[in-house]
Design a protein around this ligand. Structure first.
Ligand SMILES: [Zn+2]
Ligand SMILES: [Zn+2]
Length: 322
């Protein structure tokens, strides 16, 4: 109920100031202060109500960031600085209304509206909350963390493999689809072994399989399913570091999901192609270490590279073929 009420209030705020973008009325002789103008909307609310609205606004900003990460097709190293820049970008744009966040979540694609209003919600909120709660910024942050939620179930849940406390940031059967924000398909490609990541043909096929509405959930379900792997690959998995720690019912932190994908994503890709295709491609003798797959698309398409190298490409004089 508190969540719904806060959503509608934030939505009303966005509608009042953004759709269509409304200019602040011209005031002769004075510089226009957008934050102050927007703060007038927020002042009638109590401190608790303001904190709830802020949580909803943060949620919408997070959703925009999540979809942006998902659709990013170039590798983007995530650093604290970049996150801060991105958060600042989100917060200075008026495109964060709940209906927009819901729409981009459904489409999994960011689309830009024409209404940009600088110093959007957060500047106005800072003004209003400082008047209602004239304590310290730290105190306001602590209260914000508890806004809307009365109790958080699973807050102290631990990772099944490394036992680190991950709480709601853990991944498992019920939320594999959320992974795509953290593991976009470019990152998935990077987790394949050897020279498979720059293999454009296989990269395209991986994107086709994973980037569907239920693609990630299905992929993870099958990755935990041993029947997906051939006997030879089962043997490889059984001897892989960390084997045995994986249970389809478990919850895992992002670092452990990365280890799991590093071990099994290529196995899954191979199993998937065998299921989907009637004709089985011959294995390239250099397996995933093959260098030709990187620059020769016909070779990448003709031979299978989801297999362990039978020969070492880097030491083979014949490997300078095209
Ligand atoms: Zn872990
Ligand atoms: Zn090859």
């Amino acid at each position: 109920m508190r969540f719904h009420r806060a959503v509608y209030r934030f939505w009303l705020f966005c509608t009042s100031f953004c759709y269509p973008a409304r200019e602040v009325p011209f005031q002769a002789g004075g510089e226009i202060n957008h934050s102050e103008y927007h703060a007038q909307f927020l002042r009638p609310f109590s401190a608790e109500e303001l904190l709830d609205i802020r949580r909803v606004a943060d949620f919408c900003a997070d959703m925009v960031g999540w979809v942006t990460d998902y659709q990013t097709i170039t590798p983007r190293p995530v650093s604290a600085e970049q996150t801060a820049i991105f958060t600042a970008y989100c917060r200075s744009n008026a495109e964060l209304a709940p209906d927009y966040a819901l729409e981009i979540y459904r489409r999994l694609r960011i689309f830009h509206k024409q209404s940009h209003v600088r110093s959007f919600f957060w500047g106005a909120y800072d003004r209003a909350i400082a008047e209602k709660l004239p304590t310290t910024a730290q105190d306001r942050e602590e209260r914000l963390a508890k806004a809307i939620l009365r109790e958080v179930y699973g807050e102290h849940d631990t990772c099944h493999r490394c036992h680190a406390v991950g709480g709601l940031k853990l991944y498992g059967k019920t939320n594999w689809h959320w992974m795509r924000g953290e593991f976009n398909w470019t990152k998935l490609r990077g987790l394949l072994p050897g020279n498979l990541p720059p293999n454009k043909y296989e990269g395209g096929r991986l994107a086709q399989r994973a980037c569907t509405p239920d693609g990630y959930a299905r992929m993870m379900e099958e990755i935990f399913d041993a029947r997906c792997a051939s006997p030879q690959q089962m043997h490889a998995q059984a001897h892989a570091p960390g084997a045995g720690a994986w249970d389809a019912e478990g919850l895992y932190c992002a670092a452990c999901v990365e280890v799991l994908l590093g071990e099994r994503l290529w196995v899954w890709c191979d199993a998937r192609q065998q299921r989907e295709s009637d004709s089985v491609r011959e294995d390239c003798c250099y397996g995933w270490g093959c260098r030709t797959q990187v620059h020769n698309i016909e070779h990448a398409e003709m031979l299978n590279h989801f297999c362990m190298p039978a020969r070492d490409d880097s030491e083979d004089p014949e490997s300078h073929r095209v």
